[in-house]
Design a protein around this ligand. Structure first.
Ligand SMILES: *Cc1c(COP(=O)(O)O)cnc(C)c1O
Length: 385
């Protein structure tokens, strides 16, 4: 175990098995998994239909180059475009790559350089997406950043109005900032961004890498606000754990990525597409999405009620099954204790406990998780810190 770069802060736990909401560690201890690989295992661990689709594809062909015809990609692209305002899809392997494609598309399409993003955003770790990310700690140490990324305060209509002009290629944002603290954008601000993009001929890019694929109770979270972005990026939940990302764009962008202008060796392989198709077939059912909304509201209400008396808990925020417990102190040490009690959760910034259960989580599992949180936080609030 000594030969890995130490670029992750890892918890002590090693997960060796998973099924549905439950995972088991190397000591045989069971947990409820409200991390789900960070909003990846939206159908729980090893969902049977996705597993079957991957197994069937394993017996046909694993990888073919994008130099060949791609009906396997067409099927997934149809599902993504039928369930969004987009018309065309480019497949890649991760969220950062989807955003990288969006940034390249915006610059090439508009022939402009400036991209507006927001403070506390997170768009990925490649060079361009790191530069798009509005967090200094993520830029730190990597030398000169790419030019013409501008970070504005989130939810500030005046700031965006002042910055916007005919030199702007795109506004890029998350409708709920996931890594940055589970901060939701308000509808007026989102509408203002869209309107200014239309007025000045810039592209409106929504990063749905964490919020998409049913996580908030809609196929994509921008749909709650009735927006119509030019580009939507997605990844995390798209393959139920099989690595796959996608950039979805409107018809007017079609000719910008002409043959030879952008690509990816692994983008949209038959295995990835088998996983994505089986995932979307399930998640994009209206009744499924409705159940996510209902469970999300139930979990939020339970958390608000059960944690009301804990002095350092200030708010419960987020939408659907992307929720954050806002505390007024650092939550790192509390997270480890919650894990010990059998519930896996993560942070979103220093003071927010983030909950990302599988969208298939049961009401019983939600109740169990809320009890663990209540007991652990109550115990913690009585300790001198
Ligand atoms: C996770 C995430 C990314 C980066 O995705 P990777 O697959 O890790 O490259 C980009 N944007 C958002 C909003 C994310 O949550």
């Amino acid at each position: 175990m000594g030969a890995l770069f130490p670029n992750y802060g890892r918890w002590e736990i090693e997960i060796v098995e998973g099924q549905g909401t439950k995972v088991k560690d190397s000591n045989g201890k069971e947990y409820l998994d409200f991390v789900t690989g960070i909003a990846v295992c939206n159908l729980g661990h090893r969902p049977p239909k996705v597993q079957k689709a991957i197994e069937e594809q394993l017996n046909k062909v694993w990888h073919v180059s994008n130099l060949f015809q791609a009906s396997h990609q067409e099927k997934v692209a149809a599902l993504l475009t039928e369930n969004s305002c987009g018309d065309y899809v480019f497949f890649c392997n991760s969220g950062a790559e989807a955003n990288e494609a969006a940034i390249k598309m915006a610059r090439k399409h508009t022939r402009r350089n400036k991209i507006i993003t927001f403070v506390q955003s997170f768009h990925g770790r490649t060079f361009a997406t790191m530069c798009a990310t509005g967090q200094e700690k993520i830029h730190s140490g990597f030398g000169t950043l790419l030019e013409e990324f501008v970070y504005l305060p989130y939810n500030d209509e005046k700031a965006i109005e002042a910055e916007m002009g005919e030199d702007v290629a795109a506004i890029m944002l998350e409708v709920i900032q996931g890594e940055g603290g589970v901060n939701a954008a308000n509808e007026a601000f989102l509408k203002k961004c869209e309107e200014l993009c239309q007025k000045f001929g810039a592209l409106f890019i929504i990063d749905e890498v964490q919020t998409g694929i049913g996580r908030t109770g809609k196929a994509f979270a921008y749909q709650h606000a009735g927006l119509s972005p030019d580009i939507i990026t997605t990844a995390k939940g798209l393959g139920s754990g099989f690595p796959v990302g996608a950039m979805i764009g409107k018809a007017h962008l079609k000719d910008t990525f002409s043959p030879g202008t952008h690509g990816s060796t692994f983008g949209g392989t038959p295995l990835a597409m088998a996983a994505a198709k089986a995932t979307l077939d399930e998640i994009f059912q209206p009744a499924f999405l409705q159940s996510v909304s209902e469970k999300g509201e139930y979990l939020k209400k339970q958390l608000k009620e059960q944690l009301a008396d804990i002095p350092f808990v200030k708010d419960v925020k987020g939408k659907g099954l992307l929720l954050g417990i806002q505390c007024d102190q650092e939550v790192g040490p509390i997270i480890a204790e919650i894990h010990k009690q059998g519930l896996l959760v993560l942070v979103a910034g220093p003071k927010v406990i983030r909950l990302l259960p599988p969208l298939t989580v049961s009401y019983e599992e939600i109740d169990e998780a809320v009890q663990i949180l209540k007991n652990t936080l109550t115990k913690y609030s009585s300790l001198p810190i």
